[in-house]
Design a protein around this ligand. Sequence first.
Ligand code: CA
Ligand code: CA
Length: 364
Amino acid sequence: MERKCLDFLLITMMLGSPHALQAASPIVVSSVNFNDSTTGTWTQSGSATLAYGDDGQGGQALSITRAADYEGIQSPTGLLQAGVEYTFSMRAKLAAGGPASTGVRFVVKPNYNWVANTTINDTSWTTISGIYTLPAGVDPAATQIYIGSTDQTGPYTILIDDILITRPAAVVTISSVNFNDSTTGTWTQSGSPTLAYADDGPGGQALSITRAADYEGIQSPTGLLQAGVEYTFSMRAKLAAGGPASTGVRFVVKPNYNWVANTTINDTGWTTISGIYTLPAGVDPATAQIYIGSTDQTGPYTILIDDILITAPDTGPSMVTISQLRAYPEPAIIWAAPTVVVVLFIGSLFIGYRRRRTKADNIL
Ligand SMILES: [Ca+2]
Ligand SMILES: [Ca+2]
């Protein structure tokens, strides 16, 4: 009974965060440049002879004299997590006096997956780069990356530099509309355009907006944005055939009518429109609203819009909306106080802050 009276925002504290994660600026997982004549957090693999030499850019590179394909250096274990797409890169070169070319790659244990296998030579540095996601069922704690190289007729020496493992930064999806269900989702009509749905190319629907004024199209709910947060706005847009050959399309944020990511689109292909935005100081977040604006031409014309996505950096504990909560099994309240409530879901622990109920809220 008590539970039905609760009205709170929840913050995910442990597992099972229900918000989507999207790519943003990358986070460095491991970086070794050898300039301090150490292998950093990486360690020797096998019985290679390790030394340091000129890296050609004012620092040091690692020299690996190796007699087997696994000999060189290896990362700490447990560097990688499941379900994350990592980017691996390094520079490599053969030392003079050995084979003229060989294959070099990253190898990920325990499955010995090769990543970015690349032929290098003894004349210049080659950048080796590839992406990798742990296979299903692999225990992330058991994973380890080493540098592998192709066996030749005898031992030989490779030079390695600038090992860099990155992962996408986690972001929270604030608003996402793909129109595939022939609705505008949580967004609503702005002005008096004619809205319709059309083929989006990848097998779904896009929104067709026939508009006669620069503000006509669709708009977000109000109160989507918070002060002091850098949001990324993106969408795809295209002009319908038979209208102008190009026009400007952007996001516009009220109440200050800030333009975000103003981009010229055409009627031949989809253009991705993307930009970052932070509410100006002094704007009441509750009044902020995003709409899609477009440049007036000589008369009304039609634009196609798809894949609107508003994201914010995931700063760790994050807000969960009531509608997301309702997708969870019955929660169990394990502790509550006037302003804080702790709720246990299956596999997840949440701490929420009670707030005043508003008309728009759904009650659990
Ligand atoms: Ca270096
Ligand atoms: Ca779509």
